[in-house]
Design a protein around this ligand. Structure first.
Ligand SMILES: *[C@@H]1O[C@H](CO)[C@@H](O)[C@H](O)[C@H]1NC(C)=O
Length: 298
């Protein structure tokens, strides 16, 4: 039983959420869309002739690339290599386009989020995710692992344990379980400021939620976010019309809100107030113990 506990823990933590999700719809589960933490969304890039590498060494790395897509984020093999890391950093940069008033990729670098719609791409492929795996074995984290917060954080990195727990209760990838990875460099801009990347993300997430709902007997969707994913989800919800939210969103559940989230709350309809309350609570509790069981009722 002791060895079972870590496996069961995410399930226990989320039990009230499953209860709500399942109890309102005895014939089936509400579809779930997960928004992971910052570093969990994977980015691919390809270079065009317009790209000017910062050094000859960086230029040499891509001389045979031929416009092919490659993993830009996250590849720890490259990030750990002092000769390569500056080349990666250069390609990961965003530049401010004064004409558009918006941030965009460096000229000559095109990027895209890997596996939008799925949770499959949340964690980098081997060997790129070895840092995440190694982290769970580090002495510092073993100490943190002793608290339930840390146990959740390390074992459930990029929502891996949550995905497994959901599968154990009948969720299936692409049927009623979806992922909405995002470009973590392109946080939502303030209202009224252009942010093409986030506008595109909102369109895609909206289409994903509508698809998830219609493919599941029009049952509304449960959005579950972790850390910065909560910021993206919250901004997505805040900028979606209330009738749309009522029709398509069942709950919004936030796991560990970052401190900057408090800044995006605006006064207004009940949803915002409620989420604001939960965020404040999570924020206050973050340093102690987050109550993962809190689920926002829309
Ligand atoms: C990470 O980078 C190494 C070295 O450039 C490369 O061999 C490997 O294929 C990359 N991993 C991924 C997932 O692209």
């Amino acid at each position: 039983m002791a060895t079972q506990l870590p496996r069961l823990l995410p399930l226990l933590l989320f039990l009230p959420f499953f209860h709500i999700a399942a109890s309102t719809s005895p014939s089936g589960l509400h579809p779930v869309v997960l928004l992971p933490d910052t570093t969990c969304s994977q980015l691919e890039a390809r270079l065009t002739d317009a790209y000017v590498p910062p050094t000859p060494q960086c230029a040499a790395r891509h001389k045979d690339a031929g416009g092919r897509w490659f993993r830009l984020w996250k590849n720890t093999t490259e990030l750990d290599d002092p000769a390569v890391a500056p080349c990666v950093a250069d390609q990961l940069r965003l530049v401010f386009d004064h004409v558009a008033g918006d941030y965009r990729d460096v000229p000559g670098v095109e990027t895209r989020v890997l596996h939008f719609g799925s949770t499959r791409g949340f964690l980098a492929d081997e060997p790129a995710d070895r840092s995440a795996r190694a982290a769970t074995r580090s002495p510092t984290l073993i100490i943190i692992v002793k608290s339930s917060h840390g146990l959740y954080m390390s074992r459930n990195r990029c929502m891996g344990r949550l995905v497994e727990a959901l599968e154990e209760v009948g969720y299936r990838h692409g049927e009623n379980l979806f992922g909405a990875p995002y470009d973590f460099r392109q946080s939502p801009a303030a209202l009224g400021q252009p942010c093409r990347a986030f506008s595109r993300y909102r369109q895609r997430l909206r289409a994903l939620v509508e698809h998830a709902s219609s493919a599941n007997g029009d049952r509304p969707v449960v959005l579950v976010s972790h850390s910065e994913g909560g910021y993206f989800a919250l901004e997505f919800l805040n900028r979606s019309p209330l009738p749309w939210r009522r029709r398509h969103i069942k709950h919004f559940s936030i796991k560990i809100a970052g401190m900057y989230h408090a800044g995006v709350i605006s006064d207004g309809v009940a949803l915002e107030r409620l989420i604001s309350e939960i965020l404040r609570e999570s924020f206050v509790q973050d340093s102690k113990k987050v109550d993962y069981r809190r689920v926002a009722q829309l």
